[in-house]
Design a protein around this ligand. Structure first.
Ligand code: F6R
Length: 609
């Protein structure tokens, strides 16, 4: 997903902008560019990686103010002419988001004599800004930008510069993340804080329909009517070390290994084993409201959606709440039947997924109470939900979600126990048992990680296969879906996740001796059922890899390879199996020499519909 950066201060802008763009690489991009003021606006851009940009942009280019961009194509191919910044005479613009009415604006601007050089929606912003600054007696950059965004439909985070006002960067935001960093004698703008964390931890998250400007020693924020907006500065606790690879070959591997810690952070201070309670201070639901709840709807995409399936099972079992799980991109187009007494739970690690935000807005329009489960403090979803439960997994740089997924599972366990206790569905003794199990998870995850060599061997053995199946039942069904998603996104092997009982209704036709089948077969009330499903695929000559508990002495009779995970509370087993499958995907992708942290065609944060 696109990333924008801006710097204004006493230092040379180019090295800072390049460095900031590199920290945003994890968002996924296909082209990059920079404008720097060096007596005039100088713009350099390329289709490709930032290292390509560095080849054309002299690092010692003078200039203390500049903007930069990493682009992920939405309108127009990843070509240099489509890369940002986009220019209109003396104006330069970088933009994240989508301008929905750009065709109408483009025709108007062409009629006014503007010549378009790109296929992008962004170029209309540059020309419209130039027009608004010049047509009516002349306007300053900020006033021109304010007028411009009033004409834009869609989503945007914009940073803009103008040759005549080289001592400012103007910015604006609607439905696309934008944060400014407050330094000493320098200020920053970016799509997310990692871009300037090296320089400052003092930040302000810009809200929708706000515009503003940065000078080297000050900043101002306004609403669309020109009223000054006063905002508190927030201090970001994450430091840059937390976002470095710490000696691992890939961010993904580092993040997989962080899970004992990230899980501990997720539940820190919330669990009482003695009382059998989970305290969620950020949950703004009165006990009476919780008791009255008839239904919950979980809304999410991708990996977060897989977590949501487990959430459904947990809310139904532990809290007695009928729960639907909805794909966010489908939800608002599917005429949802909501009467306002339901609870909406949005799961999104980034907090910026456009489909999830739109679905939440749609459900709140019916008056539903909402809870967001997210990893990013200050992200858009946090401002749109009644309650926010943070996963506290720390920054995740690898595009494939790993530690944020298990942290989401943890929040779902804790929320289900909390609601279940309030509603009297589970007893204190049952809750205590689960809480004790949760507290054991970090150590158990560590045991799975310690077995990575065995998982690596298994991965290498099947790394040349074209297709994989992942099967599981009940709680292990979402684990199968997530195992398949992880494998396909980073190793590019075609992988299907299936509810094991569904195989005989079609997919069995695809099973051959060339199709490894991963069966999640941890102990629980569907264990015998998955053994039957294993026999079904063995009868079709499949090679079966089972994920099974340490104390399972039977499983080896039925399968070819066993990946062992510690025995746990039945409900908690998905966490341990998921970690094992993350390692399987990682080592398969490694054996296939894939671009693990930045898989092709994928972005970390999908902020467009
Ligand atoms: C896969 C992955 C994606 C995201 C999905 C939703 O590893 O990360 O499937 O889960 O794009 O993103 P969030 O959780 O940010 O809403």
């Amino acid at each position: 997903m696109c990333g924008i950066v801006g710097y204004i201060g006493s230092e040379q802008a180019v090295p800072i902008l390049i460095d900031s763009l590199k920290t945003l690489e994890y968002r996924g991009y296909d082209s990059a560019g920079v404008t720097v003021y060096n007596g005039k606006l100088e713009t350099y851009k390329v289709a490709g990686r930032i290292m390509e940009l560095e080849k054309v942009l002299p690092i010692d280019t003078p200039g203390n103010v500049g903007i930069g961009h990493t682009r992920w194509a939405t309108h127009g191919k990843p070509e240099t002419r489509n890369a940002h910044p986009h220019l209109s005479s003396n104006v330069s613009v970088v933009h994240n988001g989508i301008i929905e009415n750009y065709m109408v604006l483009k025709e108007r601007l062409i009629g006014l004599g503007y010549e378009f050089k790109s296929d992008t929606d962004t170029e209309v912003i540059a020309h419209l800004l130039h027009f608004n600054m010049n047509h009516d007696g002349g306007k300053h950059l900020l006033d021109g930008l304010t007028e411009t965004i009033k004409e834009l439909e869609g989503s945007y985070a914009i940073a803009a510069m103008c040759e005549e006002e080289p001592d400012i960067i103007a910015f604006a935001r609607k439905d696309s993340p934008l944060v400014i960093g407050i330094g000493k004698g320098s200020n920053y703008a970016a799509s997310d804080v990692t871009a300037f964390l090296k320089h400052t931890r003092e930040v302000i998250f810009i809200s929708d329909n706000e515009v503003g400007l940065l000078r080297s020693d000050s900043f101002e924020i306004f609403d669309l009517n020109g009223n000054s907006v006063s905002r508190d500065i927030e201090i970001i606790e994450w430091n840059l070390e937390a976002a470095e690879k710490a000696g691992y070959e890939h961010f993904m591997l580092k993040e997989i290994h962080e899970q004992p810690t990230s899980i501990r952070n997720t539940f820190a201070g919330k669990l009482s084993e003695i009382e059998g309670t989970v305290t969620l201070d950020e949950l703004y639901l009165q006990p009476e409201e919780v008791k009255r709840l008839k239904r919950a709807t979980i809304i999410a995409c991708g990996t977060s959606w897989n977590a949501g399936i487990l959430g459904k099972y947990l809310f139904e079992k532990l809290a007695g709440i009928h729960t639907d799980i909805e794909t966010a991109s489908e939800f608002r187009y599917s005429n949802p039947i909501l009467c306002g007494e339901e609870l909406t739970i949005a799961i999104t690690q980034s907090g910026e997924t456009a489909d999830t935000l739109a679905a939440v807005r749609s459900s709140t329009s019916y008056g539903c109470r909402s809870i967001a489960i997210t990893n990013v403090v200050g992200s858009t979803i946090t401002r749109e939900s009644d309650s926010v439960l943070y996963t506290r997994a720390g920054p995740e740089i690898g595009v494939a979600a790993t530690k944020t997924f298990t942290a989401q599972l943890l929040v779902l366990y804790m929320l289900a126990i909390n609601l279940g206790r309030t509603r009297g569905v589970i007893s204190a003794a049952e809750a205590k048992d689960l809480i004790a199990g949760i507290k054991r998870l970090p150590g158990q995850i560590q045991k799975v990680l310690d077995r990575k060599d065995a998982i690596n061997e298994c991965a290498i053995q099947f790394a040349d296969k074209r297709d994989y199946f992942f099967i599981g039942r009940y709680l292990n069904y979402p684990v199968a879906l997530e195992g398949a998603l992880k494998l396909k996104e980073i190793s590019y092997i075609h992988a299907e996740g299936y509810a094991a009982g569904e195989l005989k209704h079609g997919p069995l036709a695809l099973i051959t001796d060339e199709t490894p089948v991963v069966a999640i077969a941890t102990k629980g009330h569907t264990y015998e059922k998955i053994l039957s499903n294993i026999k079904e695929v063995k009868a079709r000559n499949a090679t079966v890899i089972a994920v099974a508990n340490d104390d399972d002495t039977e499983i080896e009779k039925y399968v070819d390879v066993v990946i062992r995970v510690p025995s746990s509370h039945e409900l908690l087993a998905p966490v341990l199996s998921s970690v094992a499958l993350q390692l399987l995907s990682y080592y398969t992708a490694l054996a296939r020499d894939c671009s693990i942290d930045k898989p092709r065609n994928l972005a970390k944060s999908v902020t467009v519909e």
